[in-house]
Design a protein around this ligand. Structure first.
Ligand code: HEC
Ligand code: HEC
Ligand code: HEC
Ligand code: HEC
Length: 238
């Protein structure tokens, strides 16, 4: 069946229940909060050093800009790093099914659904290469998920799965408390996804999922306001 939405799909909402968050712009007043302790001098120096190394690396990679443009080449850092400035969105994201979807790879979770899909419900799929890429953040990419011991903060579909790897756009001069009116294009040039759309979703919402048929087509319109964090209008000009 073409254009089938998840809501209309064969799978029940599952143990986490369906989370429905409208993209309403009600009385929200922006979301950015700042922890005053977060930018010590040492931190700034470390960042400059990292930036320096990055620029050298980028210069060396000069010949392969096509690769950089395609999947960025920028480092994944994990959703916890976004939390200090985006606390409300973080909490809202944390409550979504996608945030905790690493859990469903564990044995004895979603037994009925796995059985119906021809999988072994007693098996541990948390290290299975055929599964984890869509249930974690940045698998196989720089700074991305390796395994649960090495990269525990990259389980689930994190902020960067949709917004792009944050290793560079969260550095000084980009998206920081001193630069709240950053120029968005500067951030997009270093890994921020301009507008999260269908292209981000279909990295995972495609026929490679064992829970959908070969003819599966992701219905972005039907799914874009479901399952994602709530939305708060930005406060500043970009
Ligand atoms: C191409 C990306 C992709 C791969 C590979 C993938 N999944 Fe998923 N998985 C998804 C998506 C997207 C969903 C949610 C909607 C759907 O079923 O397509 C999902 C849903 C699930 C669910 C919840 C099903 C339900 O109805 O509650 C389980 C359990 C799961 N996957 C386990 C696995 C296991 C085990 C593997 C490996 C054998 C795997 N997934 C491989 C993308 C993927
Ligand atoms: C990195 C992989 C990945 C990306 C990117 C991704 N998803 Fe998902 N999505 C999943 C997986 C895995 C699940 C299954 C969650 C579960 O049931 O454990 C899921 C579940 C969902 C659900 C069902 C949530 C629920 O509450 O039952 C919706 C709706 C959804 N995704 C929409 C989207 C949209 C819209 C986008 C793009 C803006 C997107 N997803 C991007 C992997 C992904
Ligand atoms: C499944 C995909 C997905 C994930 C995961 C996700 N977002 Fe979003 N986010 C969106 C979409 C879609 C929009 C609206 C379109 C846009 O602005 O690109 C959005 C918008 C935003 C905005 C703009 C303001 C607003 O509220 O609309 C911010 C800031 C943001 N997200 C931060 C985060 C942070 C921080 C996390 C992790 C805690 C996160 N997002 C996780 C999809 C996602
Ligand atoms: C040091 C603080 C800080 C950190 C850390 C941070 N952000 Fe932001 N972010 C901001 C500020 C400030 C804005 C602009 C807010 C506004 O205009 O209301 C913003 C805006 C955004 C936007 C909207 C982009 C636009 O202009 O359309 C997205 C998406 C976003 N952040 C995602 C993330 C993600 C993902 C992470 C973690 C990888 C992250 N942020 C970490 C401070 C931060």
């Amino acid at each position: 069946m073409l254009g089938r939405g998840l809501g209309a799909g064969p799978t029940p909402a599952g143990v986490y229940g369906r989370i429905e968050i409208g993209l309403g712009f009600g009385d929200c007043r922006g979301d950015v909060t700042f922890d005053r302790t977060m930018r010590g001098k040492g931190d700034t120096m470390k960042r400059s050093a990292i930036l320096g190394i990055l620029f050298v690396t980028l210069a060396l990679l000069g010949g392969s800009t096509a690769v950089l443009a395609q999947d960025g080449g920028f480092e994944y850092i994990g959703s916890k790093k976004c939390k200090k400035c985006h606390l409300k969105l973080y909490k809202s994201w944390e409550a979504t099914a996608m945030a905790s979807t690493f859990e469903v790879l564990k044995p004895d979770v979603r037994v009925e659904e796995k059985t119906a899909a021809g999988l072994d419900p007693a098996a541990d799929y948390t290290t299975d290469e055929n599964c984890i890429s869509c249930h974690v953040t940045g698998y196989g990419k720089p700074g991305g998920f390796v395994d649960i011991e090495t990269t525990p903060t990259l389980v689930g579909v994190g902020c960067e799965s949709c917004h792009g790897p944050g290793g560079t756009y969260t550095q000084d001069g980009y998206m920081t408390r001193d630069n709240k009116e950053y120029v968005k294009a500067d951030l997009v040039a270093v890994g921020l996804v301009d507008t999260v759309g269908e292209e981000q979703c279909i990295q995972c919402h495609n026929a490679d999922s064992p829970f959908v048929g070969d003819d599966f087509v992701f219905d972005f319109e039907a799914n874009k306001s479901e399952g994602i964090h709530e939305s708060h209008p930005l406060k500043y000009q970009h």
